[in-house]
Structure formats: structure tokens, C-alpha cells
Design a protein around this ligand. Structure first.
Ligand SMILES: [Cu+2]
Length: 390
């Protein structure tokens, strides 16, 4: 555009003002996103990346195969699941637990997952965030035929990169199946040392439920959720996280549910260190983290002050059980004074994830109640995992 024509100059000035306004708005949006932990730099929203820098950012990182194969057996079927004492529902569970057993492997491992569909409807499993061969991506009707009722499918992929991921239904009934519990964390540990070296680690998988509804017949847009769970349980049945003052706590949050959950921490701050498994270039300190559908986050908390600090969703509909507060997405974090008694095991959310996990077996199991089985050095356990020293 020419600046030699006065009329054009004034138009250009108006355009410049509009652009400046738009940039301001975008910067504001960036700041909001930043508050949710997704800022990627000090001037996120303003810096223009080059094609070269973007290609570098998105390049597939080479991985070194470990030479190990980890095999898991997942049996998908209906089971009666208790969300909170006295409230049960028919869940679509993996190995009869909600969430399903955490699959935990190391970057470069060969992963084999035998899925048996014991439902009366088709399904398939998607490895959310993992870079898998296209025909292993688990999308019914696109990358594979659905696994029919009574059928089986074996997925094979390499653990592509370290991070917090998940697996969930991706068949023709994925909405209902996920809402009824067909999801689980999938954690890939780095091949090298874990730089965060937290003292305590806890996986938290969020779920929304429509209890009392006939989910098979309700409209596709129904979002009448009335129970909300962390690792399959609604408060007060959620398991508190018990730590000692001064410990560093790593939370791996996965949200396979279909709504946003602004997770707020009382009394302490969190540092967001990774989103969708990808380490953020700059960890961000905050007290409320918007966890959108499909998101995973790694956050770190320094348990600097003793007390019972709530970690809860700030969409307050989500801290109710069928409309009654308090309930739903509340997890107490119990920090014991450094000179006080050790955290009580009964109040601890930190069962040691070890090869002694019940029913875990290094061999393939035909028992549908068994958690995912794998080799002894990495055993998946149902529901929560916590690995001191991770
Ligand atoms: Cu929420």
C-alpha cells in the first residue's frame, strides 16, 4: 500500500489502528491462555515464528529403542462401579476399574496391547498424544475396523516420547463409553534421568458421569452430568494426597472428560511444567489451571505449608454430587509439618506402584479382573499411581 496518497495514508492509519487493536486483543487472549499454563514464551501471541523455527519445533525427535517389549492385556467390559458410597452405576471399564489401569512404559519401549472387547457393542482404543503408526491410532472407521462385540485387537507401537498421555475409546460409541469410564492414563518415562525428581507423584484422571440416565438412548448433545470423579471417585471418596512439608509433589492430570475443569489449588501455588506431555520452555506459576477436554498437564507443587489444602475444580457444578455440595472434583492435599508425625497411610493417596501390585502378572492373563499386565520392572496398577522418588 502506497503512503504517497493522502487518502490511502488515512485508510492505512485506520487499518493500523484496527490491527493494533486486534493485536492487543490477541495479546490479551494470549495472556489468558498463559494463565492457564500454555504460554510458550515471554511475548507469546506477539512473536512471529519462522517456517524454519516451526519445522524445528515440530520435527520428529529420534528415539533409541530400548530393546524391551512391554505387553499389556486390556479387557473392556461393563462393571458396576461405585462413585461415592451408595452411588453405583454401570461403567464401561478396563479390567473392571475406572480409570483403566495406567500403562507406564519408557521412551523407546516396544508396546503391545491386547484388547478384548467384552461389550455388546463395538469399540476401539486411541493412544492420545503418542506418535503411533497410522494403522495403530485406534480410530474406528478411519484407521481400523471397530473391534466388534466379543472381538479382539492387538495394538503395537513404540513409546515415542516421554510425557503424560492417555488412552480412551475412539469407536462409534466413544462419547458414551468415555463418559462411562473407558479411559486411563498412559505415562511414558524418559529414557534418561527425570529432571523434575519429585518426591511424590500422583496421577489424576478426571471423569464426568450421567448417573441415572440412559446414556445409550440420550441425544448426542446431552451434557447433563451429575457426578464428577477424580480417578473414578467423587469427593468425599476421592483419595487425599498425603505429603510431608517440604516435599515436591508432581501431579499428572489427564482430562478425557468432555468439559473444561479449572483446577484450583488452595494455599499453595503450582508450577505447570508440561502440557500434553510436552515440557514448557518456561514453567508457569499459578493457582488455577484450565484443564480442557483432551488436555494433559504436569504440575509441580512445593508442599511448603502444613495443613489440608484443597485441589478442586472451580466450576462449582463440578464439586457437587447430584446437585449436593461438596462433592465431585475435590482432592485434599494433606501436608504434614516437617516435625510432625508421618502422613497416615490410611490418608495417603500414595500407594507405592511396584511390581507387588495385586494381580499383576508378567504373563498375559486371561482374568478379566486383572490389571494390565506387563514385565515386572514396569507394572501397571489400576487407578492411581504414585511413585516416591519419581
Ligand atoms: Cu470441573
Amino acid at each position: 500500500m502506497s503512503l504517497r496518497v493522502p487518502g490511502v495514508v488515512s485508510v492505512a492509519a485506520v487499518v493500523a489502528a484496527i490491527v493494533a487493536s486486534a493485536i492487543g486483543g490477541y495479546a490479551l487472549a494470549g495472556a489468558r491462555a498463559g494463565s492457564a499454563g500454555v504460554a510458550t514464551g515471554t511475548d507469546a501471541g506477539l512473536a512471529l515464528a519462522s517456517r524454519t523455527s516451526l519445522e524445528q519445533l515440530l520435527a520428529t525427535k529420534p528415539i533409541t529403542p530400548t530393546g524391551r517389549t512391554k505387553t499389556f492385556d486390556l479387557a473392556i467390559g461393563e462393571t458396576t462401579w461405585e462413585l461415592v458410597p451408595g452411588v453405583t452405576t454401570q461403567a464401561v471399564a478396563v479390567n473392571r476399574t475406572v480409570p483403566g489401569p495406567t500403562i507406564r512404559v519408557t521412551e523407546g519401549d516396544a508396546v503391545v496391547v491386547n484388547v478384548r472387547n467384552q461389550l455388546t457393542e463395538p469399540t476401539s482404543i486411541h493412544w492420545h498424544g503418542v506418535h503411533v503408526p497410522n494403522d495403530q491410532d485406534g480410530v474406528s472407521g478411519v484407521t481400523q475396523d471397530p473391534i466388534p462385540a466379543g472381538g479382539s485387537y492387538t495394538y503395537r507401537f513404540t513409546a515415542s516420547h516421554a510425557g503424560t498421555f492417555m488412552y480412551h475409546a475412539h469407536g462409534p460409541k466413544s462419547r458414551e463409553q468415555i463418559d462411562r469410564g473407558l479411559y486411563a492414563p498412559l505415562i511414558i518415562d524418559p529414557a534418561g534421568p527425570d529432571q523434575i525428581a519429585a518426591d511424590v507423584e500422583q496421577v489424576l484422571a478426571i471423569g464426568n458421569w450421567m448417573v441415572g440416565s440412559d446414556m445409550a438412548t440420550m441425544g448426542a448433545m446431552s451434557m447433563d452430568y451429575n457426578y464428577f470423579t477424580m480417578n473414578g471417585k467423587s469427593y468425599p471418596a476421592t483419595t487425599p494426597i498425603a505429603v510431608r512439608q517440604g516435599q515436591l509433589v508432581r501431579l499428572r492430570i489427564v482430562n478425557p472428560s468432555q468439559t473444561l475443569h479449572p483446577m484450583h489449588l488452595h494455599g499453595l501455588d503450582m508450577a505447570v511444567v508440561a502440557k500434553d506431555g510436552e515440557a514448557l520452555p518456561q514453567p508457569q506459576r499459578l493457582n488455577t489451571l484450565d484443564v480442557a477436554p483432551g488436555d494433559t498437564y504436569d504440575v509441580v507443587i512445593l508442599a511448603s505449608a502444613p495443613g489440608t489444602w484443597l485441589f478442586h475444580c472451580h466450576d462449582l457444578h463440578h464439586v457437587t454430587n447430584n446437585g449436593v455440595e461438596p462433592g465431585g472434583l475435590i482432592v485434599p492435599i494433606v501436608v504434614t509439618a516437617s516435625d510432625g508425625p508421618s502422613p497416615s497411610p490410611s490418608a495417603s493417596a500414595i500407594p507405592a506402584a511396584s511390581s507387588a501390585a495385586p494381580s499383576a502378572s508378567p504373563s498375559l492373563s486371561s482374568d478379566p479382573t486383572a490389571p494390565a499386565s506387563t514385565t515386572p520392572e514396569h507394572t501397571a496398577v489400576p487407578g492411581m499411581t504414585a511413585m516416591p522418588g519419581m
